[in-house]
Design a protein around this ligand. Structure first.
Ligand code: UT7
Length: 330
């Protein structure tokens, strides 16, 4: 432990998406939907699906290796790995077990975080706190999902929204670049039914009946989440500006959870924030839950959208209903 808190920066990023591209049209064969409806209502054009039997840990390992390369680190240097996912390889043990082994991160401990679309930010905050306090010097934070394994392909209101992928981020003590300036999280558990997967846990172990009704798959009240997300998006940006004592113009880029283009646009309309300063890649990957921000951030860097010295805002919300935010300086 240290007496004063240390600064925590981002030393590396990487992402991986499965090769299989699933365009909107693919759903037209089995659902009462169209490519046009999906694109108009969400901005999504396609998503990636993992191969059958390709587990979440496989995506994590591929993204993690790229982040290690980017940071110039060897796997054995890692002290902590946190995997944020709602689609673990197994319910027991945690997916980190397979990731730690697969990466050869023999000196790393770790655990999984189950907080859906806010998961990567939740994991980031946990690692940030431990590094700042001097408990550890570095950590890999991964957001990864194989949502295709728990989607209800009979439900047009949710099946069209999601995709698979993984994004990894490496945090280091006193790293000068990407220092985390603020972060926070919140939860309104009264709204848990808005996004849920009810069968399969301790409250409702899966029965034959659940397999018939689809209770073992994800269920969504998209309209409720839509309204919540638009309001929460604005609240979180205002919180960032107030916490840091800055103006909206001081934010160089917002990398939001890739939920739905219309949600992002609706939130920004009232904020008077320019869409040019938002990074959006949901047209390619749809909503990858915990993976969406770390994938988007890595792509934003690759495309030269993350400029040195600028403030980068991360905003997420999802099942719980929960939310989180962080601002870094690149
Ligand atoms: O990251 C957190 C998880 N993500 C979410 O929770 C998603 C948040 N919500 C959304 O993105 C949007 O609410 C949706 C894309 C899910 C739906 O868009 P919407 O503009 O809110 O549509 P709606 O739910 O108000 O439905 C409008 C109509 C309905 O028909 P009627 O009642 O007007 O006849 C739906 O049944 O569109 C119908 N509809 C569809 N039609 C064609 C719903 N899904 C589809 C579909 N294709 N896939």
């Amino acid at each position: 432990m240290v007496d004063t808190l240390r600064k925590v920066g981002i030393a590396g990023t990487g992402h991986y998406v499965p090769e299989r591209i699933v365009p909107n049209k693919w759903f037209e064969d089995t659902l009462d939907t169209t490519d046009e409806w999906i694109f108009d209502r969400t901005g999504m054009r396609e998503r990636r699906f993992a191969e059958k039997g390709q587990p979440c840990s496989d995506l994590c390992i591929k993204a993690g290796k790229k982040a290690l390369d980017d940071a110039g680190m060897k796997p054995e240097e890692l002290q902590l790995i946190i995997v944020a996912t709602v689609t673990p390889d197994h319910l027991l043990p945690a997916t980190i077990a397979f990731v730690q082994d697969g990466l050869g991160a023999i000196n790393a401990g770790g655990w999984d975080v189950n907080n859906a679309c806010t998961g990567w930010l939740s994991a980031l905050m946990s690692a940030q706190g431990m590094i700042a306090a001097g408990i550890i010097d570095n950590a890999m934070v991964i957001g990864a999902e194989v949502l295709s394994s728990m989607m209800n392909f009979k439900d047009r209101g949710s099946a069209i929204l999601f995709g698979d992928g993984a994004g990894a981020t490496i945090l280091k003590a006193d790293h000068p670049r990407g220092q985390i300036l603020c972060s926070s999280s919140g939860m309104d558990g009264r709204q848990w039914k808005a996004i849920s997967r009810q069968a399969g846990g301790s409250k409702q172990p899966v029965t034959h009946e659940d397999l018939e009704t689809g209770d073992h798959l994800m269920a969504l009240h998209g309209n409720d989440v839509f309204k919540f997300a638009v309001a929460k998006f604005r609240d979180l940006i205002r919180e960032q500006v107030a916490t840091l004592g800055i103006g909206l113009d001081d934010i160089g880029l917002i990398v939001p959870h890739q939920v739905n283009l219309r949600i992002i646009q609706s939130a920004l309309k009232k904020l008077d924030f320019d869409m040019d300063r938002i990074f959006v890649n949901l047209q390619k990957y749809s909503n990858t839950s915990a993976a969406s921000i770390p994938i988007a951030f890595d792509e934003a860097r690759a495309e030269g959208r993350v400029k040195e010295g600028e403030l980068i805002s991360f905003i997420a919300f999802g099942a719980g209903l929960g939310w989180g935010q962080a601002v870094i300086r690149w």
